[in-house]
Structures are given as structure tokens and as C-alpha cells.
Design a protein around this ligand. Structure first.
Ligand code: XMP
Length: 563
């Protein structure tokens, strides 16, 4: 018997009613909340038996933030699955959910074919949290009324609590900023619901029925709602009664079994770059299937100083993986000759990478699977996330960019994760800290940090400048706090003076940004004396450079990389 089930069933609007499951006598979620208190108590590496697994299911109505909701639940150390709204109950029930979160979405519930939730979810009597469109869904299905709003509400609003006793409000201040993004509004709450909080424009900013069903008009999952995590935690722990016992150890364990089952006795290849994502994926797969994995390390000649050696030491010497190393620098450089357009550079590098990779894979013999370190933000940024395609800004080289011609099945174990989650997986796999905390480095490498044509001479200049930036940032102990910090070699030359001589040298730009997921970023307020040291060292130690500038633009409107 599930202790966190609601006392009574909600009444579904007749048109949405389907077969009901039997009534179960249970204690209320409020009593459970008192008992549990809700704090994760297990260490990240611990593996909890699957029989004890708690799950929250996020029902996806198409919001761009749906995966972010799943991530917030994982932050509570609770297993989470994101499922399309029309997933049949037979697939949901075996997950043994403790509660549901309905995501936002672009639709309007009063439109004829508006996506709605399965009646079985309401019939299950488990707690439900509806967010934005998800709130409108449950309002409509439980007999309330939703209408088109007179004006769109988009941006910050101040949330005021009216019923501070609700378990969803534990540890919440009586007023706090929230992020709104909606057009439709609740006109009439479903029977049995009351308004628990309001904003200036939304009298029903939070509604609840006192029996585990809540609706939020705003988005608790985004960073712009600072108390959003507390609300989600309260829902997961105090309303659904989760204990918080799902760990990275569980993620690893599940993936090891999944990979073993998927691969069987087949062979897997993977492109290894030394970046945290491909490193974590290679380590995970190696741990699952050992020598059935071969990693191909293509040196495209656009890597940074000492990069090849560092990667090799970890994977071949320390972890004993099968690695095929290919020095293809000259091939890439000759194809990049005379090319100045950023997208053209990316296209050429992508194509050439595929050719080299295919040639090397053929030498290995029959291969069945291709493993990739694709992350969730990569999927979004490259506009390849299926129906909800967003505008393409740059052609990322690691998403779906590998051999389309090779008929291989994809293994992408970290596709649903965000960068910091992948780092946690890396740490739990005992990868060296230096590798786990490595800042992201783009697939096309230094080619997109050299404005204009890429030449051997410019690569050497940029490697020198980049090495100094990295060295000084690490010495200042800022490396981990920054999302990225690097140098760009511009195609601007300017006049300088050195000793008694005139110089005419390159302008190097420094970029250092903070970010959570690279979708947005802010320029880092680096200390002046650190910037001064970097600048001094570059102009003194890197021949050909006589001026250094610091990039002070955020993303948007800029991007992190210059090309
Ligand atoms: P932008 O420049 O679009 O970059 O703000 C966002 C993040 O993505 C990285 N980036 C890439 N990573 N292949 C990659 O693997 C690529 O082609 C690529 N382009 C940009 C960039 O370094 C930043 O972290």
C-alpha cells in the first residue's frame, strides 16, 4: 500500500472519465509529510535496490522546460521519468510512481485537440503537480474553467502566499519572485480547490485541493523562480512522501545493465576527445563491456597544447582502454586552407571527421554500435529535439554529426543529463578530477577561435595564448567556477611598441563566462590584476601578439564561442 496516496479520488469531468481502479484506504499525505521531513540521506555512490525505487513521472505537454523539471526532481535524489502525455498507463504503472508533475506546454486546453492527461493518472489517487499549461489541464479535467487571458503574462511577478500551512509552502517566505509565461488563465477553480497563493495578475497563482493535487501558474523549475526548487522539493518529499534515495550510483548501475543488455556480444566504437562527456560515456561503456569497446581518438590538429598526451595518459595508461589514435592534422589543415566563413569551417571539420572516423572504424571490422556523449543541452541547441525544433544558431559538431552512412545503433547514456550531472557521474566513476572538471571545449576545436583562415602559424600563436589563460585562471583557483575561459585569435592587427621598435601584431581576445548550461551565459567579472597578468604574459611570451582585450558581452546577444 502506498502511504502517500490521497484520501479520496478527485472527480473527473465526465467527458474525461474512463475505467476506475478500486479505492484504497490510506493515511493522508500530510501525516506522511510530518513523518518524513524529506532530506536525502544516502551518499552519491550508494546503490539502492530497485525494489525500493521511488519515481516521479513528469507528463510532458511539450514545454521547453520539461527536462529541466526532471532535472530538479533528480536534484532531490529521486528517480524521474519524462514521458509524453499520451503514454499508455501500462507503460507508466510499472515505474511505480509516487506522484506526477504535469509540464507546461504551448497548447490551449479549450482547443478541440488540446493534449490532456490520462484519466488513469487521476484515478491512481497519487499526488499531482500541474505547472502552467499542466495546471490548466487539471483545472479543465477536474471541472474548472480556463479562458484566454486578456493580456499575456510574461516575466517576473511577486508571489504572495495566502495559506502558509500547505505542505508545499514549508520553508517558503511569505512573498517571493516567480517567473510567469502564460496567456490562458484559470477563470474558475475545479470543485474542492482553493487559491493558496496569488500575484498581482493571477488570483490563482497556486491552487490546491487539500488532497495532494496542486496547480502552479508560474514555472518553479527555472532559475528565475529562486524558491522554485523549494516548492518542487516540498512536493516530492512532503506531498509524494519520497525519501530521496536515488543516487548517481543508481544511474550508473542502471546504465551498466542497460548497456550490457543492449550490446550483448556486439562491438562498440566511440569517438574520444578528452572532454568530460565523451570521457564519462567511454568509461561507463568500458566498465560495462570492457574490450568490446574501441575508442577512436582523431587528432584534427585543432587541439590545445598537451591535450593529446593528457587524454592518452588517462584512458590508455590508467584505464587500460582500447584506443586507436589517428593523427589527421594535415588532412584537416589542407581542407581548411583559404576558408574564413565560420559555418563552412564547421561543415568541413564535421565532414572530415566523419571520413577519418569511418576509415578507422572499417579497419576494426564489424561494429554494431556507436557511443556518443550527447547531452540534453546539445540536443536543444542543435534543434534536433524532434517536434519542438528551435532555431538553429550553430551547427554543433557532436550531435548526430557522426557517420549517418554507417548503419550503427546509437548508445547515448547521458542524453538526458545536464553538464553538472555528467560531472557527478564522472566523479562517481573515479575519473581524475582534472578530467571531470575540464571546461567544455568545442568539437571543431581552435578552428572556431581563430577568426579568418586557420593556419599552422596562427594555431601556434593561439595555443600559446590559451595555455597562459588556462594556467593563470587555474593559479587564481577560478577554473571550476567558470563555465569556460579561453583565448581567441582575432584577424585584427594593430600597431604597438616594444623596446624602441614598432610592432604590428595580432589582437588576442580573452573570453571568460559563467553559465549553468551554456544556453545563457554572463561574462565573468575577473579581478583586474588577474587580467593584467594574463595580458602581460601573453604580449611578452607569445610572439606575434601585441594587444589583448577582454570580451564583456553576455549570451544572448553574443554566443560563447566567437564563431
Ligand atoms: P555557443 O558558442 O553556441 O556555445 O554559445 C555553447 C557551448 O557549446 C560549445 N560549442 C560546441 N561544442 N561542438 C561542441 O562539442 C561544437 O561544434 C560546439 N560549438 C560550440 C561552446 O564551447 C559552449 O560551451
Amino acid at each position: 500500500m502506498d502511504k502517500a496516496k490521497r484520501k479520496s479520488k478527485p472527480t473527473l469531468n465526465e467527458s474525461h472519465r474512463v475505467a476506475t481502479s478500486g479505492d484504497i484506504e490510506v493515511s493522508t499525505y500530510l501525516e506522511i509529510a510530518k513523518e518524513i521531513g524529506g532530506e536525502p540521506s544516502v551518499s552519491p555512490k550508494e546503490v539502492i535496490p530497485s525494489a525500493e525505487r521511488e519515481a516521479i513521472v513528469v507528463i510532458d505537454f511539450g514545454s521547453q522546460y520539461s527536462m529541466l523539471i526532471a532535472r530538479r526532481v533528480r536534484e532531490c535524489q529521486v528517480y524521474c521519468e519524462l514521458l509524453p502525455y499520451d503514454t499508455p498507463w501500462e507503460k507508466i504503472a510499472p515505474l511505480n510512481p509516487k506522484g506526477f508533475i504535469f509540464s507546461g506546454g504551448p497548447g490551449s486546453v479549450y482547443e478541440p485537440d488540446a493534449p490532456l492527461a490520462l484519466a488513469d493518472i487521476y484515478e491512481s489517487q497519487l499526488p499531482i503537480l500541474g505547472i502552467c499549461y499542466g495546471m490548466q489541464v487539471l483545472t479543465k479535467q477536474l471541472g474548472g474553467q480556463v479562458t484566454p487571458g486578456i493580456k499575456h503574462e510574461y516575466g517576473h511577478a511577486i508571489l504572495h502566499l495566502s495559506d502558509v500551512d500547505s505542505p508545499i509552502f514549508t520553508d517558503l517566505p511569505s512573498s517571493s519572485p516567480v517567473w510567469m509565461s502564460h496567456a490562458d488563465r484559470i477563470e474558475e477553480m475545479p470543485p474542492g480547490f482553493t487559491a493558496l497563493a496569488y500575484t498581482e495578475n493571477s488570483p490563482f497563482a497556486i491552487i490546491g485541493n487539500g488532497e495532494g493535487i496542486f496547480g502552479l501558474q508560474f514555472h518553479p523549475e527555472v532559475a528565475h523562480t529562486p524558491e522554485g526548487k523549494t516548492i518542487l522539493r516540498n512536493f516530492v518529499y512532503r506531498v509524494c512522501g519520497c525519501k530521496g534515495n536515488w543516487t548517481i550510483g543508481n544511474f550508473i548501475n542502471d546504465n551498466l545493465s542497460k548497456i550490457k543488455k543492449q550490446v550483448g556480444s556486439g562491438k562498440v566504437i566511440s569517438a574520444l576527445s578528452g572532454g568530460v562527456d565523451s570521457s564519462v560515456v567511454a568509461t561507463l561503456i568500458h566498465r560495462a563491456i570492457g574490450d568490446q569497446l574501441t575508442c577512436i581518438f582523431v587528432n584534427h590538429g585543432l587541439l590545445r597544447r598537451e591535450e593529446v598526451e593528457r587524454t592518452f595518459n588517462v584512458f590508455q595508461l590508467n584505464l587500460g582502454m582500447n584506443i586507436v589514435y589517428v593523427d589527421a592534422s594535415q588532412r584537416f589543415l589542407s581542407r581548411l586552407k583559404g576558408i574564413t566563413d565560420p559555418e563552412m569551417k564547421r561543415k568541413i571539420i564535421g565532414e572530415e571527421f566523419i571520413s577519418v572516423f569511418e576509415e578507422e572504424a572499417k579497419k576494426i571490422g564489424k561494429v554494431d554500435f556507436l557511443a556518443q556523449g550527447t547531452l540534453y543541452p546539445d540536443v536543444i541547441e542543435s534543434a534536433s529535439s524532434g517536434s519542438q525544433a528551435s532555431a538553429k544558431i550553430k551547427t554543433h559538431h557532436n550531435v548526430g554529426g557522426l557517420p549517418a552512412k554507417m548503419i550503427l545503433q546509437l548508445i547515448e547514456p547521458v542524453r538526458d543529463l545536464f553538464k553538472d550531472e555528467v560531472r557527478q557521474v564522472g566523479l562517481a566513476l573515479d575519473l581524475p578530477e582534472e578530467m571531470v572538471w575540464r571546461q567544455p571545449f568545442p568539437g571543431p576545436g581552435l578552428a572556431i577561435r581563430i577568426i579568418g583562415e586557420v593556419t599552422e602559424e596562427k594555431l601556434e600563436i593561439l595555443r600559446g595564448a590559451d595555455f597562459i589563460v588556462m594556467n593563470e585562471i587555474k593559479k587564481a583557483k577560478l577554473y571550476r567556477q567558470l563555465w569556460q575561459s579561453f583565448a581567441i585569435l582575432t584577424d585584427v592587427k594593430s600597431v604597438g611598441v616594444m623596446g624602441d621598435y614598432r610592432t604590428y601584431g595580432y589582437l588576442v581576445a580573452i573570453r571568460a563566462v559563467t553559465s549553468e548550461d551554456a544556453m545563457t551565459a554572463d561574462w565573468a567579472r575577473l579581478p583586474y590584476d588577474l587580467l593584467a597578468r594574463i595580458s602581460n604574459r601573453i604580449v611578452n611570451e607569445v610572439p606575434g601578439v601585441n594587444r589583448v582585450v577582454y570580451d564583456i558581452t553576455s549570451k544572448p546577444p553574443s554566443t560563447i564561442e566567437w564563431e
